[in-house]
Ligand binder design. Structure first.
Ligand SMILES: [Zn+2]
Length: 391
């Protein structure tokens, strides 16, 4: 059913893709905020509208440039996560090449992706860095707000401005999220999950995140924002603290699997080994290890049933910063069975036997994440990199 026109629901128009754009006196940094990449996640869109109202009333003077961009407009109008494919799982170079060749018939989401891609290209080619990409989401389970990032040092540094949990390395488990694609060009890219989809608090959290991000990126001075202290408190009081989590396990759903999560799990809730988590095709699923439950699936559409997280130690975080700053990662290439990809400084090709022998953790420590399995070899891709434009 197409409910995009009429009715009491707000219909989003394609002319509203760029919800707002502001140019500052220094034109630097450039902050780009996305919302509604998933059509059933409207909290971010509402938060942007609240921010836009306040910008209009406050006559704010910007230092840098700011853009607000709507994600999956078609899915937003239909109140679904996506129509054909998840818009946050198709950001791969080969898909974008297809646009250039114009050889394919574009599906609903591809058309949205093409639009967004063109806008990002324009912003990157005209704007001055540094660039901060922020993507607002919500979750089907109830949740404290949290951040997801690829594990690069510039992402970690910017995340440290927010007193909430940070989940590292989700890109090893998800294929083609927008922010991983952006990260490949060296820019800061943070996913912000504001809370549960329909919880009004999620809108408040998203709004507080936007104001804080504008101040910490130096796009806007804090004295330009009325009651900035209030936004500081929103995230501090909402939960917990700034701490890092890594992903140990993902429960991937089969195409026709009937998966039902046990009721009542919250994001980051501790679980014990053997605990009943879900039912799949009528069979019980128990936790194979202890940890924290993450993104338990309480909606129809989704590719993951749940994840299991562990808390990352301060020692590991510090050690990884030291190792990366020493730039001794080329020593990894001296290990038999590990070589650099020709013409690509960011990829190590690893014999799977070696990878089994050397813990994946060592590559993670140096900032490499296992991304793809190609020609019987593992490709580890470095997350820290020099800033470049799109080709
Ligand atoms: Zn989402």
């Amino acid at each position: 059913m197409d409910r995009s026109a009429g009715g009491s629901n707000i219909a989003y128009d394609y002319s509203q893709r760029v919800m707002g754009e502001f140019y500052g006196v220094n034109q630097s940094p450039t902050v780009i905020v996305f919302a509604g990449i998933h059509g059933n996640e409207k909290a971010g869109v509402k938060a942007i509208n609240m921010v836009l109202e306040k910008i209009k009333d406050g006559h704010m003077r910007f230092e840098g440039n700011l853009y607000f961009i709507l994600g999956n407009i078609n899915a937003l109008n239909k109140h679904v996560r996506f129509e054909k494919v998840d818009l946050n799982r198709i950001w791969r170079n080969e898909n974008l090449q297809d646009f250039k060749n114009k050889s394919v018939d574009l599906s609903a989401e591809s058309r949205e992706q093409f639009d967004i891609f063109e806008i990002i290209q324009k912003i990157l080619s005209h704007g001055k860095g540094p660039f901060y990409f922020l993507d607002l989401h919500t979750t089907s389970a109830s949740s404290v707000p949290f951040i997801t990032i690829s594990d690069s040092l510039n992402n970690r540094k910017f995340s440290s401005n927010f007193p909430i949990p940070v989940v590292l390395g989700i890109e090893e488990y998800l294929n083609g999220p927008l922010l991983t694609f952006i990260n490949e060009f060296g820019h800061v890219a943070l996913g912000f999950e504001g809370g549960a989809h329909d919880d009004p608090v999620s809108v408040i959290n998203c709004e507080a995140f936007i104001w804080k991000a504008l101040v910490h990126s130096k796009c806007l001075k804090r004295d330009q924002i009325k009651n900035f202290e209030h936004y500081q408190l929103v995230l501090t009081e909402s939960c917990c603290k700034y701490q890092f989590f890594g992903i140990n396990y993902r429960y991937q759903l089969e195409p026709d699997e009937s998966f039902v999560m046990e009721e009542g799990f919250e994001n980051f809730e501790p679980i014990r080994k053997g605990q009943l988590l879900a039912r799949s095709n009528g069979k019980v699923i128990r936790a194979h290890r202890s940890g924290r439950i993450f993104m338990p699936l309480y909606q129809e559409l989704g590719e993951e049933g749940y994840f299991i997280l562990h808390k990352i130690s301060k020692f590991w975080l510090k050690a990884s910063i030291v190792l990366r700053k020493l730039k001794i990662n080329h020593f990894l290439r001296l290990i038999p069975g590990v070589r650099k990809e020709k013409g690509n400084n960011y990829t190590l090709i690893v014999d799977p036997k070696i990878a089994r022998f050397m813990a994946k953790e060592i590559f993670h420590l140096f900032g490499y994440r296992q991304q793809i399995y190609k020609d019987d070899k593992l490709h580890f891709i470095k997350r820290d990199r020099k800033v470049t434009g799109f080709e």
